[in-house]
Design a protein around this ligand. Structure first.
Ligand code: DGT
Ligand code: CA
Ligand code: ZN
Length: 572
């Protein structure tokens, strides 16, 4: 059991104790313990083996014993025991925005609510308004939150499905039974959430391929099986559809099962206009004789007089017309990325040092990073006071002396206060190489006030870019209401950058708006919002989203080479 898993269990215990109405001090001890474990630099198993855990500040006798039990046995009796006392539905309630453990406990105690359905019903009946600690606003927000959760029920963030899908594809490939195997469906198009995993394989022995597939270690159970199709559930609960075709049909089937439905419909329409009929089996002339042969999807598009359309943009938003005229964008790729902004370190709520971040970025082939810890009003995230800023600046300068051809820029993620001002005086803001301005509080302002707030932040001459512009958390909460058209227009007029936050829960700015930003000439920065060196890897999800938004390297701020970036940030 590693650090992360132990920290997660301790946090969960803290939450459950709150739900059960135990003393707040007890919960806090577990939360603090979790954070301490997360920040440990020493190997935890080693510490347990040498019985040195107690020496770590914040780990008392009770925690020490529990962590030892977890490390040594992989289980914790205490955890199992209290988990039994908490109705499982309460964990769903915690996913509703605005509902923390304390409020969930009140709902449970006063109204006996233990499921999302019961909560929805109670909101509709106005039962929350008079509860202590609640009110009309909380009730409205909870109801909206439930409806959002319901709409998205049964969907997964695509990175989770992608990891599983890749393992399945590799497993099938290793069997040697299939000629070609590919991910298809929304996952291949990299939509932010997916309902299921679609996999397409070709080969002469479909039965053997399906047998092999059902034996792969992640496949929990097969739900249905036909002569060329198999539906299964993975142990993580995600559904998979496998289709098997003749190898000659593979390109047509791959196009068909990649979708989207809207793209497919438009493609069929186009083919019809040319005197063809297309489906998952091939391209047919009007007389319906055998299909045209295509070696791959490239040839398929070519046959229909089109440039190859990358899967990410197959959403029928003009890609077919552009492909016809040979004006498809050359979509940005990972290798185009030259540096990484929006990185949190141990100075605020990150768990890696500046040096660890730099090292990892260099391994990733980057030429620069931009450190941006939280600003002072983000007290909940250990925001930097002015003296911390100076201390951090010194460390960055020292490290910069050590590298050749790699640079660390000193920035800040400054909170945008309710009125749109930032939370450091001008002279402090001016001293940074770059400033990311983000909203982290007061999400419930009305659309007009929120829009003015963001516009005013962009107008601050020290602001380089706007962070996660809508604050959405995919599958958890909708973004705050804001007139993005006006925000982007403002950025365009002032030459400001907008972030595409690459955290898979955010992907904010949404790819649909990225395309609009590009049209208006606003550069987008693909930022991982990393809180650990591992988190830098999230940049790949941002690249996927940028591609869906039709962005090219020239549209992406962090595709700018180091020398030019130094000039831009006035550090040359
Ligand atoms: P999802 O699963 O909701 O995340 O989205 P998709 O796009 O993966 O949808 P899915 O799994 O139902 O189907 C995969 C692809 O197969 C879809 O993008 C297009 C194609 N497809 C499936 N059913 C139909 C259909 O009834 N008509 C057409 N034209 N295409 C279909
Ligand atoms: Ca699908
Ligand atoms: Zn942020």
């Amino acid at each position: 059991m590693d650090r992360k898993e132990i920290a997660q269990i301790l946090t969960e215990i803290g939450t459950m104790l709150e739900l059960l109405g135990e003393s707040p001090f007890k919960s806090r001890a577990y939360y603090n313990g979790a954070r301490t474990i997360e920040l440990l630099t020493e190997d935890i198993e080693e510490l347990v083996r040498q019985d040195r855990l107690k020496e770590v500040r914040g780990i008392g006798k009770a925690l020490d014993e529990k962590i030892k039990e977890l490390v040594n046995t992989g289980r914790l009796e205490y955890y199992d025991r209290i988990r039994e006392k908490v109705p499982p539905g309460l964990f769903d309630l915690l996913k509703v925005p605005g509902l923390g453990p304390k409020k969930v406990r009140t709902l449970y105690e006063k109204l006996g609510i233990t499921t999302l359905g019961e909560l929805e019903y109670s909101c509709i009946e106005n039962r929350l308004i008079d509860l202590p600690g609640f009110g009309e606003k909380t009730q409205k927000k909870a109801l909206e939150g439930i409806q959002y959760l319901k709409r998205n029920r049964g969907r997964y963030l695509y990175p989770e499905a992608l990891d599983k899908a890749r393992a399945l594809v590799d497993g099938l490939r290793e069997s040697g039974l299939a000629s070609r195997v590919s991910i298809a469906g929304s996952l291949r198009r990299r939509t932010e959430t997916v309902k299921d995993i679609d996999i397409l394989a070709s080969g002469d022995l479909p039965e053997a391929i399906m047998d092999e597939f059902s034996r792969l270690p992640w496949v929990d159970r097969v739900l249905e099986r036909g002569s060329s199709k198999l539906g299964a559930v993975l142990d993580s609960g995600i559904r998979v559809d496998l289709r098997v075709v003749d190898d000659g049909q593979f390109p047509f089937a791959l196009h068909h099962f990649t979708g989207s439905k809207e793209h497919n419909t438009a493609m069929r329409h186009r083919a019809k206009g040319m005197g063809f009929k297309i489906n998952e089996y091939g391209i047919f002339g009007e007389s319906g004789e055998g299909s045209v042969q295509c070696a791959d999807e490239q040839e398929f598009f070519k046959y229909l007089g089109l440039q190859y359309i990358p899967p990410e943009i197959r959403e029928n938003t003009g890609e077919i017309e552009a492909a016809e005229q040979g004006r498809l964008p050359r979509l940005v790729e990972y290798d185009d990325i030259k540096g990484i902004f929006h990185i949190h370190t141990r100075y605020s709520d990150g768990i890696s040092s500046i040096e660890e971040m730099a090292k990892r970025a260099i391994e990733m082939g980057m030429f620069y990073i931009g450190i941006s810890d939280h600003s002072r009003s983000a007290y909940y995230a250990g925001g930097l006071k002015e003296e911390d800023v100076l201390r951090q600046r010194e460390e960055i300068e020292r490290l910069n002396g050590l590298y050749e051809g790699f640079r660390i820029f000193a920035g800040i993620e400054s909170d945008i206060l309710t009125d749109g001002s930032l939370d450091y005086p001008d002279e402090v803001l001016a001293s940074f190489d770059f400033v990311i301005a983000s909203v982290h509080s007061a999400f419930t302002l009305d659309r007009e006030t929120m829009t003015k707030r963001l516009v005013r932040a962009l107008e601050n001459p020290h602001v380089t870019m706007l962070g996660h512009p809508t604050g959405r958390l995919i599958l958890a909460r909708e973004g705050y209401p804001v007139d993005l058209e006006r925000v982007i227009e403002t950025a365009a007029g002032l030459g400001k950058v907008i972030e595409l936050n690459a955290n898979p829960y955010r992907l904010d700015l949404d790819w649909r708006w990225c395309r609009r930003a590009k049209e208006m000439g606003v550069r987008i920065s693909i930022n991982p919002d990393a809180h650990s060196s591992e988190g830098l890897g999230d940049i790949v999800y941002g690249v996927d989203a940028a591609r869906k938004g039709w962005l090219e390297a020239g549209d992406v701020f962090n595709c700018i080479p180091l020398a030019e970036m130094e000039r831009l940030l006035k550090r040359a």
